[in-house]
Design a protein around this ligand. Structure first.
Ligand code: ATP
Ligand code: MG
Ligand code: FE
Length: 333
């Protein structure tokens, strides 16, 4: 089957076409980062307007890239939620219009199911598996007993990992989005600043990053007040060490407890070099296969939506033309 995916949950307008849930024949992403940079974050109104301007162009480009017409498409998968409601609506309404005009099945898809199923584009998934989802809005450990079955065994109680990265970057006066900048700085610095690790209760797979974020902000302010020099690269390295240690330790423990075959990394923060390296080291020789997607499948894209949409399509899921954007959508297929 050939599924067309549409993604507009945040600041990327994306359309992709995927064959058999694995073969990406088109993957077009228009990022709006340049437009949001001067505001230090995504401005919802601007995001929606850009999605409207870009959508038909991106759609045409994807069909051209795949050398296909709408007649060849078996189903249209679209991100239904979570995300910015005004941004989601552009994708949802485009998908509904296409489904109606071309009489194709419509498949509402969960954005995080998409991030997880991005891994299916690079390898065969073998269950049971564990996914570590680390993105701008989510930090979750998801246990999957079988295809399409999601059990969130741990999640953040405050900030998401990416959010913490972006806020720390802002404190260090780095441009938005700050994650990649902190990552680069961290590689040049030393872990010389003592920062907390939020382990929470014994046995908990939940996360918390707001205490760490506050500790970084306090460290910067104290240094300023006392006029002592603080190396931003050391702060970045120390911050990254705390985030990575907690993420990797909890992922390793969950993988052992649940006896999984595979551990998947998903979401924009999966691009983080410190996290990728530490996970590789932790799972090396463990008997559990670690799957890390290439960067262009970690950040928002529509190929991942088409991949997750294909699973839903095979399970017989069909959304009605009443489909609405749902910012609070629960993880599922
Ligand atoms: P969600 O998927 O939860 O709705 P989102 O789609 O906005 O959120 P993604 O696009 O998956 O999030 O990821 C964006 C986040 O990834 C940003 O916070 C960004 O700073 C972070 N990020 C990207 N590259 C890196 C990196 N190398 N190190 C750390 N963080 C990174
Ligand atoms: Mg984004
Ligand atoms: Fe995302």
């Amino acid at each position: 089957e050939i599924i067309l995916g549409i993604e507009t949950s945040c600041d990327e307008t994306a359309v992709a076409i995927v064959k058999g849930g694995k073969e990406v024949v088109a993957n077009v992403v228009a990022s709006q980062i340049e437009s949001h940079k001067r505001f230090g974050g995504v401005v919802p109104e601007i995001a929606s307007r850009h999605h409207v301007e870009q959508m038909t162009l991106i759609l045409k480009e994807a069909l051209k890239e795949a050398d296909l017409s709408m007649d060849d498409i078996d189903g249209i998968a679209v991100t239904e939620g979570p995300g910015l409601v005004g941004a989601l609506l552009i994708g949802v309404n485009t998908a509904k219009a296409l489904a109606f005009a071309h009489q194709k099945p419509l498949i509402g898809t969960h954005h995080i199911a998409g991030h997880i199923y991005a891994n299916q584009l690079i390898t065969d998934l073998t269950y049971p598996l564990l996914a570590l989802v680390v993105s701008g809005g989510h930090t979750e450990l998801v246990y999957m007993e079988a295809e399409g079955e999601f059990k969130v065994i741990g999640e953040t109680r405050d900030d998401a990992a990416g959010e913490a990265y972006d806020k720390v970057a802002r404190t260090l006066q780095l441009p938005y989005p700050g994650g990649p900048h902190i990552d680069r700085l961290a590689q040049e610095g030393e872990e010389s600043i003592d920062l907390p690790r939020a382990w929470l209760e014994k046995g908990s797979y939940d996360f918390s990053f707001s205490g760490l974020k506050s500790a970084v902000i306090n460290t910067v302010h104290n240094a300023k007040q006392r006029n002592v020099e603080l190396k931003p690269e050391d702060l970045a390295a120390s911050f990254q060490a705390s985030v990575v240690e907690v993420l990797v330790t909890k992922t390793l423990r969950a993988a052992e407890e649940y006896g999984v075959n595979q551990v998947l990394l998903a979401g924009g923060v999966a691009a983080n070099s410190g996290l990728r390296n530490a996970l590789k080291e932790a799972f090396d020789g463990s008997g559990t296969e670690l799957v890390i997607p290439p960067l262009h499948y970690c950040t928002d894209n529509a190929a991942m939506i088409a991949a997750a949409g294909t699973i839903a399509y095979r399970k017989g899921k069909r959304s009605s033309l009443q489909l609405n954007a749902n910012p609070g959508l629960e993880l599922g297929i």
